[in-house]
Write a protein that binds this ligand. Structure first.
Ligand code: GAL
Length: 415
């Protein structure tokens, strides 16, 4: 048998082997690059590799996921989307609207997803009755994280109202302690803003101003108060906040360089990654005034339409993500709570248990809404209009009245 025949046969065998290996891999786009986020994504990698599915990482750094969405768009336009992508609710609706997401109904029926995923999440995970994405968690964006030692040393307790928050911050400032660590990026400023809308205005006001984008609410006296409180927050932060990543701001609270941070419970992942104890070293409380309401955002893994050979690995990933045991382990590391409603909470800390209790109470009381800053309240173009106005006000001397009026105009123009 001449050399040429042997080489061709070897190449063919190699090609088959490579495609088989490629078939048993998933390329996953996500923006989980901080310490805590990395620990959580590691749980999924390990779970899949134990099932013989290789993880091909497409990590795009940048909290909140804006840079990741740009990278995903480029891949999709080039006709080469990843196997799966981390998406927020509204983005799942957008991508399924473009017909690029695959149908997971067979898996969903086999594993009974309809029975264990809350309707508020199914609204995003399903398109025309088809499951196109799997929800891995429920995050709550409006938490207050506090350095326990600073609070104890200064005889302080977690503030329950924005007035109490300002009084606490004033006391800290008077003692030369930096009250607030914040990162100056539009999504971070919007995360603080929506907690104030909810805490100062209440759940009805949040529904009108954010979910219904009601012009009168957007330029109301209550909204002016919201922007006034944002201005106060800037006064409690250091001068170098512009552009700072969220996890660096969390790090300031962990190190006692600042007393508090307003951030979603992904911050708890950083507390754990620093081997500190939530509820003990770092206190958690819901953002002032939001005790009886709940904003949520969920990370979905959307499954893109891929070649038949890559489908088995993709379905293995969907099944892994929806596995109750996996949802427990992943969320213990991530700082969020399981998307599935049937995962026992006994291993979760007091912050996690509180999140689940409050979620159930808010769902019953109908005071649970999607987060604007984290893609569960408005489509991207309208969300953008909110974020542009919020960040302009936070980084300028614009009056709160002007900001409220330009918000009403900008949102009306974007609708
Ligand atoms: C959110 C996402 C979280 C968290 C955060 C910071 O939008 O849902 O999982 O990682 O961004 O990057």
């Amino acid at each position: 048998m001449n050399g040429q025949v042997i080489r061709t046969a070897a190449a063919a065998v190699l090609a088959v082997a490579c495609s088989a290996a490629a078939a048993q891999s998933v390329e996953v786009m996500h923006w989980w690059t901080s310490g805590g986020e990395g620990a959580a994504v590691g749980v999924l990698k390990k779970d899949l590799e134990a099932k013989g599915v290789k993880w091909v990482d497409m990590a795009v750094s940048g909290g909140g996921g804006e840079a990741a969405m740009t990278a995903l768009r480029a891949r999709a336009v080039a006709g080469n989307p990843p196997t799966a992508a981390q998406l927020l609710g509204m983005a799942v609706i957008d991508w399924s609207g473009e017909g690029l997401l695959g149908d997971l109904n067979e898996q969903a029926a086999k594993e009974g997803w309809d029975k264990v995923v809350p309707p508020a999440l199914q609204r995003f995970a399903k398109a025309d009755g088809k499951w196109v994405a799997v929800p891995v968690n429920i995050h709550r964006p409006h938490w207050l994280w506090m350095n326990a030692k600073i609070f104890k040393d200064n005889g302080l307790t977690p503030p329950r109202t924005w007035d109490e928050f300002n009084a606490t911050a004033d006391k800290l400032k008077a003692k030369g302690i930096l009250p607030l660590a914040i990162g100056g990026q539009p999504w971070q400023e919007a995360t603080a803003w929506e907690g104030i809308v909810l805490g100062l205005g209440g759940p009805d006001f949040y529904r009108k101003a954010v979910i219904e984008a009601d012009a009168a609410s957007l330029k109301s006296a209550t909204m002016v108060k919201v922007f006034d409180q944002m201005r106060k927050l800037r006064g409690y932060a250091d001068k170098n906040f512009a552009g700072r990543d969220w996890n660096l701001a969390t790090g300031m609270v962990l190190k006692g360089e600042a007393a508090m941070q307003l951030m979603g419970d992904w911050a708890k992942g950083e507390v754990l990654a620093a081997k500190m104890t939530p509820g003990k070293d770092i206190l958690c409380a819901v953002a002032p005034g939001t005790q009886n309401s709940y904003l949520f955002n969920t990370d979905f893994f959307a499954m893109f339409k891929v070649g038949g050979d890559r489908r088995p690995a993709q379905l293995t990933m969907a099944s892994s993500v929806m596995n109750p045991g996996f949802q427990e382990t992943f969320n213990l590391a991530k700082g969020s709570i399981p998307a599935r409603s049937d995962v026992p909470m006994d291993k979760f800390d007091e912050c996690g248990k509180k999140s689940m209790t409050d979620l159930k109470a808010a769902a019953t009381a109908k005071t649970m809404y999607g987060s604007l800053a984290h893609g569960h309240a408005q489509p991207a173009a309208i969300q953008r209009a909110y974020l542009d106005v919020i960040t302009k006000h936070f980084n300028s001397e614009q009056s709160s009245k002007d900001a409220a009026e330009s918000l009403a105009k900008a949102v009306a123009a974007a609708k």
